[in-house]
Design a protein around this ligand. Structure first.
Ligand code: AMP
Ligand code: MG
Length: 443
């Protein structure tokens, strides 16, 4: 009782951030991008190549030799001197075969005028040859080949070093190791690579009505789904989620858990950032001398989203679940207060938390670019907010189509789960007719 009273007195003095800072979607995103540009990733670790898939490279990958290392035929056919095919059909003498793999005698053979080698895809082109004619245009008999089609110099040949010269930079720090990047690293013999450690991202859900997913919820209680959807988003964006206990709408415990979260590399909170009497997240952050960069964005869903930072080590000394985290390299810990409605949580993570998390993971900044698809049925909305509405992308091949999923608003997780994208509607549009090409955010 006494402790409860004390916390009420302490927190009645804390005002919410003095001025509401509600930005347009683009301005809010720009602010996040600017701060993301200032943070440093953690230390590097060396991993076996396959364990590094999807991680962020922390070193340079250099071509260890020219790529390709020899003049490579890109076709099965005949290596020729293009000038021998001036008059068609031309008949050339077949003086041997070159297949992919070690050369007999380890010496590249030479071609003289009037001669040809039969050659396979991936094999080195003999000296003197300047083109390869596809086997489809030839017929060979008794050591001679008749060629029905001319060739231009360099046709069906990739020059030595055309893809990269030995010593050239192939991948640099900040590259996400996609399948293409992993393949490229493999091609230059890198069985191990250095990647940045994953940033630890604290996930803190707030609300007196929220219960653990394995508890039996009372009639007015809600299972904690946001921690789980966020953990997946954090992992997919390259972070290591640290799941904190559910915070009640009570300032003392909330403050303890926020302090614990601030010991990670990034703190993501959900719930408690709206205008309700028990939305205490901003007040508690203010009591920790937080700086706020915005306390809302003109978007739907997700308008009450909060972004700010606290000096590293804000609050009381470390103890508890997150206290074993690596010491901060950055002078501040950034935080996001995401609205608690599950679809708002997912959208605001994607729009704002993801770029900060990717920066902490060491990734180079990625553009916030949308794809386009043709709208299947008309949309009516109120103007003034940029909307990210759950939708289904369908259609075939180059005829992509998109349609809103019927939903009950930003709490409707079931509708979000039926969707596979969001339609992005700019704030100055009220009505969009069927057939118009609209912006689509995948994920
Ligand atoms: P709030 O942002 O705290 O006002 O919460 C908005 C809505 O989201 C309320 O209906 C909450 O019950 C719901 N909500 C908040 N946190 C969660 C959570 N972790 N999982 C599921 N629903 C939540
Ligand atoms: Mg709440």
């Amino acid at each position: 009782m006494a402790a409860g009273l004390a916390s009420v007195i302490i927190f009645c003095m804390a005002a919410p951030p003095s001025q509401a800072l509600v930005l347009s979607f683009e301005d809010a995103r720009r602010v996040v991008d600017e701060h993301a540009g200032q943070v440093s990733p953690g230390v590097a670790e060396t991993l076996n190549l396959l364990d590094a898939a999807s991680r962020v490279l922390a070193e340079r990958i250099i071509a260890d030799r020219d790529i390709p290392p020899f003049r490579r035929s890109t076709r099965d056919g005949y290596a020729v001197r293009a000038s021998d095919l001036a008059k068609l059909p031309a008949t050339l003498k077949v003086i041997g075969e070159i297949k992919a793999g070690p050369l007999p005698g380890k010496v590249l053979p030479t071609l003289s005028p009037g001669e040809t080698f039969s050659i396979m895809t991936g094999a080195p082109v003999p000296q003197g040859a300047d083109a390869v004619v596809m086997v489809e245009y030839t017929s060979e008999e008794g050591g001679l080949v008749e060629i029905a089609k001319g060739a231009t110099p360099a046709e069906n040949i990739v020059a030595r070093g055309a893809e990269a010269k030995g010593g050239e930079l192939l991948l640099g720090p900040g590259a996400r190791l996609s399948e293409a990047a992993i393949g490229l690293a493999a091609s230059v013999g890198r069985s191990q690579v250095k990647v940045f450690v994953r940033p630890r991202v604290a996930i803190l859900t707030t609300g007196d009505e929220i219960v653990a997913i394995d508890a039996e919820p009372g009639p007015a209680q809600i299972r904690n789904s946001n921690t789980y959807s966020l953990a997946v988003q954090v992992q997919q964006a390259g972070g290591d989620p640290v799941l904190l206990p559910i915070a009640p709408d009570e300032p003392r415990r909330l403050r303890q858990l926020i302090e614990e979260g601030l010991r990670c590399d990034l703190l993501i909170m959900t719930g408690g950032v709206s205008m309700g009497r028990y939305d205490l997240v901003e007040q508690v952050l203010e009591s920790l001398q937080a700086e706020f960069f915005f306390t809302g964005a003109k978007i739907q869903p997700g308008k009450p989203v909060v972004f700010g930072r606290c000096k590293s080590g804000a609050g009381t000394p470390a103890h508890g679940a997150a206290s074993d985290s690596v010491p901060h390299k950055n002078s501040h810990t950034y935080f996001f207060g995401l609205p608690g409605n599950p679809v708002s949580t997912m959208v605001t993570f994607e729009l704002f938390a993801r770029p900060m998390l990717e920066a902490l993971a060491g990734m180079r900044p990625q553009p916030c670019a949308f794809l386009h698809a043709q709208l299947r049925s008309e949309i009516h909305v109120k103007m003034g907010l940029t909307r990210f509405l759950p939708a289904v992308l369908s259609g075939n091949y180059e005829r992509s189509q998109v349609e809103l999923v019927p939903w009950q608003g930003s709490g409707d997780m079931a509708a979000r789960a039926r969707a596979n994208c969001y339609i992005v509607i700019p704030p100055d549009r009220e009505q969009i007719p069927a057939g118009e090409w609209v912006a689509v955010m995948l994920r």
